[in-house]
Design a protein around this ligand. Structure first.
Ligand SMILES: NC(=O)C1=CN([C@@H]2O[C@H](COP(=O)(O)OP(=O)(O)OC[C@H]3O[C@@H](n4cnc5c(N)ncnc54)[C@H](OP(=O)(O)O)[C@@H]3O)[C@@H](O)[C@H]2O)C=CC1
Ligand SMILES: O=C(O)[C@@H]1CCC=N1
Length: 274
């Protein structure tokens, strides 16, 4: 790794790459050190306009001089993206954000003996409030591991995962997780409207409640269960709602959803290998 700031190339400039690039630029990483390869011309133009980074139509043009290559394409196209990159310099650090695909598979496509960090960020990276699980293969040096952490720092918190087999569970909890809270917020807003609230009021109340609950979870140092109990007056309104959730099996619903997402990670890996 260079002692100056590393040159970073994103392969794929879609939703998640945009969130990470936004986080990097917001934390002061020079736009001149970031390049992106993206086949869609309109998406390329938008990335240049929004962040002042260099954008290329061709992956190898973006990757050629990079110290770190962030593989930010869908699992289904990962193989066709990796194989042409196998000629890149031995010291290059690859950071994959793809769901499902393991380091051994990526290493085989990239020519073998590669330093690979497999991580699973989430879209709140765009506002510096992301959560990333990160696994480094044995070829990653301490300096490269630090560089990967620095890359992810602007995105929010990073949790080091020692056992790669757990990365599908990370994906199911925090990678996909923002969508679960968005769904709950949609449902809460709709339920408020069904009770007669105007849409604007229902949205404002649901959104701020999600934000406030999240901040209390992060900042109070107390467990989710304790915070929940504090809202719940005996025989009050919250108790009525929570009893309804429990009777409808909410905990089981969540457990099954996370199981389904974890299983899907394995399926994506198998499909991408075909
Ligand atoms: N979205 C999320 O919340 C998260 C996603 N991820 C992972 O991030 C990866 C990307 O997902 P996401 O950002 O949602 O998907 P997107 O479809 O938004 O982004 C992928 C981008 O890659 C481009 N692309 C397609 N083929 C190639 C190619 N051959 N070379 C270079 N770029 C290409 C696509 O262009 P085009 O649209 O023109 O095909 C698209 O802009 C996935 O592997 C996913 O598992 C990880 C964590 C969270
Ligand atoms: O839905 C997906 O497959 C990706 C991975 C985690 C979030 N989005």
């Amino acid at each position: 790794m260079p002692t100056s700031s590393p040159r970073i190339a994103f392969i794929g400039g879609g939703n998640m790459a945009r969130s990470l690039i936004g986080g990097l630029v917001a934390q002061g990483t020079s736009a001149a050190s970031i390049a992106v390869a993206e086949p869609n011309a309109a998406a390329r133009d938008a990335l240049v306009a929004d962040y002042g980074i260099a954008a290329f139509a061709d992956n190898t043009d973006a990757a050629r001089n990079a110290d770190i290559i962030v593989l930010a394409v869908k699992p289904q196209v990962m193989r066709s993206v990796c194989e042409p990159l196998a000629t890149l310099a031995a010291g290059t650090l690859f950071v994959s954000i793809a769901a499902g695909i393991g380091c051994a598979q990526l290493d085989a496509w990239l020519g073998g003996g590669r330093a690979i960090v497999r991580c699973m960020p989430n879209t709140p990276a765009l506002v510096g409030a992301g959560a990333t699980g990160m696994y480094a293969n044995p070829a990653v040096s301490p300096a490269q591991s630090d560089a990967a952490r620095t890359l992810l720092q602007g995105a929010g918190i990073t949790v080091r995962i020692a056992d790669e087999a757990l990365m599908d569970a990370v994906t199911a909890v925090s990678g996909s997780g923002p969508a679960y809270f968005f769904l709950l917020t949609e449902a809460l807003q709709a339920a408020g409207e069904a009770q007669g609230l105007p849409p604007d009021a229902a949205r404002a109340l649901a959104v701020q409640t999600c934000l406030g609950a999240g901040r209390m979870l992060a900042e109070s140092g107390e467990s989710a269960a304790t915070l929940r109990q504090r809202v719940t007056s005996p025989n009050g309104t919250t108790q009525a709602a929570l009893d309804s959730f429990e009777a409808d099996g909410l905990r089981d619903i969540v457990r099954r959803a996370v199981e389904a997402a974890t299983r899907r990670g394995g399926e994506l890996a198998r499909q991408s290998a075909q």
